[in-house]
Design a protein around this ligand. Structure first.
Ligand SMILES: Cc1cc2nc3c(=O)[nH]c(=O)nc-3n(C[C@H](O)[C@H](O)[C@H](O)COP(=O)(O)OP(=O)(O)OC[C@H]3O[C@@H](n4cnc5c(N)ncnc54)[C@H](O)[C@@H]3O)c2cc1C
Ligand SMILES: NC(=O)c1ccc[n+]([C@@H]2O[C@H](COP(=O)([O-])OP(=O)(O)OC[C@H]3O[C@@H](n4cnc5c(N)ncnc54)[C@H](O)[C@@H]3O)[C@@H](O)[C@H]2O)c1
Length: 441
């Protein structure tokens, strides 16, 4: 049996962020990957999604600027856009794998499963690790209904050769809102099926309303309070979605109902406990078996399930295994929905701050400010939450076609504890979203 200081299961952003610093500190590291090296984000998540989104951004920007003298709205050629995306994704797995071996680690292809607390198997081969890091991510949830095998996932969407004429998404979270926007801008008719009456739970209602209104203007249809019962193929080759009092025929339907860990690892053999949210971990990201860690999407922490969080977890566990005794302390983490409007948020939400004496909330509809008027935005708003006693910025929500950049700046102010008046004294390039901060704090 081969022996390692550390075995990392999963070659995605979390696992790799842990593996590299351990290897450069001289640890003997094995990384196991059962599918595409690099994991979800660069192969069938954030990065390919944002490649497709680039064309959508350019198209919507051009459409807005027809009022300002630009002639014609460009069309999106789906096969060419897909070729552009594939030119990026094609090299990710091989490049990532050779990065791992080039750094002196051992890369094994195959599905890992636990044999006992220190041993994993990949196929017939056994590997023993002094420490083991589980970084196996999560899988899309499919509804438990008749015709479930006809339902595709975001991974299928992000690699479609042709764009179907009519698409439906089940769910109204990140994946659905982002991919619906891409599909509609590329020319598909899009329906979003919601089992409740709120999209993007966890984002401020006013921001979500603005996004939904913008999506409705792009002819995306939202169907609220629909509990889907079945999907059938019709003789015409379309898919018929049915619920009580509801029927919809589409070419393709995608589940976007959240993501959960799968159960291939035989965690019980290593006494690692799980809940429906993932693997139970403590403040050191240790599972219920002390030398086994869980990081990234698969760990049941209260953090959002995002690539930079997986990376933060991975770097933290590496430092912990190299001797740091401090518990994990997350910074404020920004998150963005890349829709026809971007919604970006970080820190204390306006809804939490409202009615709490400790905070002051500055909220501005900035649609007609110079910055957003110049690019003919249809809606833009900035909300900043400050702590009264310290003048520190503690939260922000931005809605605009480029919300992520302002929220990233405000995230830096939050995490470096730069007071609002100090940010106002800084000089930023003018005119820009950053120079507007003078009037927003
Ligand atoms: C469509 C989509 C868009 C997204 N967009 C964004 C975004 O814009 N910004 C953002 O921050 N996040 C985004 N995310 C989330 C982001 O992709 C994840 O948070 C991130 O990939 C988590 O990293 P991870 O290492 O925990 O898991 P993963 O990236 O999922 O990596 C886990 C790896 O483990 C492997 N694995 C699983 N089980 C085993 C096993 N038993 N043996 C061996 N290998 C195994 C898997 O094959 C996979 O490669 C998006 C996700 C999706 C689906
Ligand atoms: N921009 C980003 O950062 C980004 C983009 C995409 C995905 N992600 C990550 O991937 C995760 C998964 O995204 P997601 O959109 O699949 O999940 P999500 O948790 O964001 O949204 C799930 C949606 O499905 C709905 N839903 C749940 N059960 C349902 C049912 N039975 N019928 C109909 N609808 C149902 C929920 O109400 C919700 O609207 C996100 O939580 C996020 O961590 C991030």
């Amino acid at each position: 049996m081969q022996q390692y200081d550390v075995i990392v299961i999963g070659g995605g952003p979390g696992g790799l962020a842990a593996a590299y610093p351990l290897a450069s500190a001289g640890k003997k590291v094995l990384v196991v990957e059962r599918d595409l090296w690099g994991g979800t984000c660069p192969n069938y998540g954030c990065d390919p999604k944002k490649m497709l989104y680039s064309a959508v951004q350019a198209k919507t920007y051009a459409a807005r600027m027809t009022k300002a003298g630009l002639n014609g709205i460009p069309d999106i050629n789906w096969p060419k856009l897909m070729a552009f995306k594939r030119a990026y994704t094609r090299t990710v797995p091989s490049g990532t794998r050779s990065g791992v071996t080039g750094a002196g680690m051992v890369a094994v292809d195959g599905e890992a499963r636990f044999i006992d607390e220190h041993t994993i198997a990949v196929g017939e081969d056994l590997y023993e690790g002094q420490d083991i890091i589980i970084a196996t991510g999560v899988q899309p949830v499919l509804p438990d209904i008749k015709g479930r095998e006809l339902i595709a996932t975001s991974r299928d969407f992000l690699d479609m050769d042709h764009l179907p004429q009519h698409i439906a998404f089940i769910g109204a979270g990140y994946v659905s809102m982002e991919l619906a926007n891409i599909a509609a801008a590329a020319g598909a008719e899009v329906d979003v099926i919601m089992h409740g009456d709120r999209a993007l739970r966890g984002f401020p209602a006013a921001a979500v309303d603005a996004l939904q209104k913008a999506m409705q203007n792009e002819h995306i249809h939202f169907h609220e309070n629909i509990e889907l019962k079945r999907v059938d193929e019709t003789p015409q080759g379309t898919l018929r979605l049915q619920a009580d009092g509801f029927t919809l025929d589409v070419q393709r339907v995608f589940a976007a109902m959240g993501r959960r860990p799968d159960e291939q690892l035989h965690l019980n053999r290593a006494h690692v406990k799980t809940t429906a949210r993932g693997i139970v971990v403590n403040e050191f990201l240790e599972t219920t078996t002390p030398h086994i860690y869980a990081i990234g999407d698969v760990a049941a922490t209260s953090q959002p399930k995002l690539t930079p969080v997986a990376g933060f977890d991975g770097r933290y566990v590496a430092e912990h295994l190299l001797g740091s005794a401090a518990p994990i302390a997350y910074p404020a983490i920004p998150t963005t929905v890349y829709g026809s409007l971007e919604i970006s948020k970080v820190g204390v939400s306006p809804e939490t701050a409202a009615g709490d004496d400790r905070y002051v909330v500055n909220s501005e509809d900035v649609t007609h400010w110079y910055t957003y008027n110049r690019t003919q935005e249809t809606f833009a708003s900035v909300t900043v939450v400050e702590e009264k006693a310290t003048n520190l910025i503690v939260g922000a929500t931005v809605v605009s076609s480029s919300a992520e950049s302002l929220v990233n700046l405000l995230t830096m102010a939050i995490n470096t504890k730069t007071p609002a008046d100090q940010v106002q004294r800084m000089v930023f390039a003018y005119p820009s979203e950053a120079s507007d901060m003078d009037y927003l704090l």
